[in-house]
Write a protein that binds this ligand. Structure first.
Ligand code: VGL
Ligand code: ZN
Length: 198
């Protein structure tokens, strides 16, 4: 077994004071740093959108948190967040980024959102992360980060469907919990065999 820690989107815009703040998003940073030495590899993801991204409500003259229909299916419209090169897109200043073997960015295609670290929201365009894991022989993942019900959830479900062994440490995640999304995410992850550790 080769076991990697996948740290999802611990960025300023998902922490209190950020554009898409997740309650308690900053509380998990110390605990994430503390477990990094326990793994064979540490991988960070970074939500990384160009200005005017199609997942932004402002690009559709719509209200944040409303829904739209994209060519690839329904899409939540978010406040502008994690714009390439801004402080909001930077990692939380206390996250130990020095420990990362690999940093993978996602969401840079203006026309497709990307919650998952593995595939864009069309569920077919790969990010390249699976190839990286395969070539390093990594077969087991523990996931932590933000947000439990969106990027952690989509990443965990994709990883399980790709045949990886996946644990989500919900004590080191925080959720947006919009319209029942957290409960649905937990059920969806369990249904594909993700080990949910509270
Ligand atoms: C995320 C909404 C939009 C996340 C990213 O990291 O969970 N959520 N972009
Ligand atoms: Zn995003």
């Amino acid at each position: 077994m080769t076991h990697a820690l996948l740290v999802i989107d611990v960025q300023n815009d998902f922490c209190p004071g950020g554009a898409l703040a997740v309650t308690g998003g900053d509380e998990i940073v110390t605990g994430i740093n503390a477990i990094m030495p326990d793994f064979d590899a540490v991988i960070l993801t970074q939500d990384w959108h160009p200005a005017g991204h199609s997942s932004f409500a402002s690009s559709h003259n719509a209200d944040p948190m409303s829904m739209t229909e994209m060519p690839y299916g329904p899409q939540v419209l978010w406040p502008d967040h994690c714009i390439i090169g801004t402080n909001g897109a930077a990692f939380h200043m206390d996250l130990n980024t020095d420990a990362a073997d690999m940093i993978i960015r996602k969401g840079y295609n203006p026309l497709i959102d990307s919650y998952s670290a593995f595939f864009e929201n069309d569920h077919t365009t790969p990010t390249g992360l699976f190839g990286y894991l395969q070539t390093r022989g990594i077969d087991t993942l523990t996931m932590v980060g933000l947000a439990t019900d969106f990027c952690v959830n989509y990443s965990a479900v994709d990883a399980a469907n790709l045949g990886l062994t996946v644990t989500v440490r919900t004590d080191l995640c925080r959720a947006i919990d919009f319209d029942g999304s957290l409960a649905a995410a937990i059920e969806g992850m369990k249904a594909v065999g993700v080990d949910i550790r509270e």
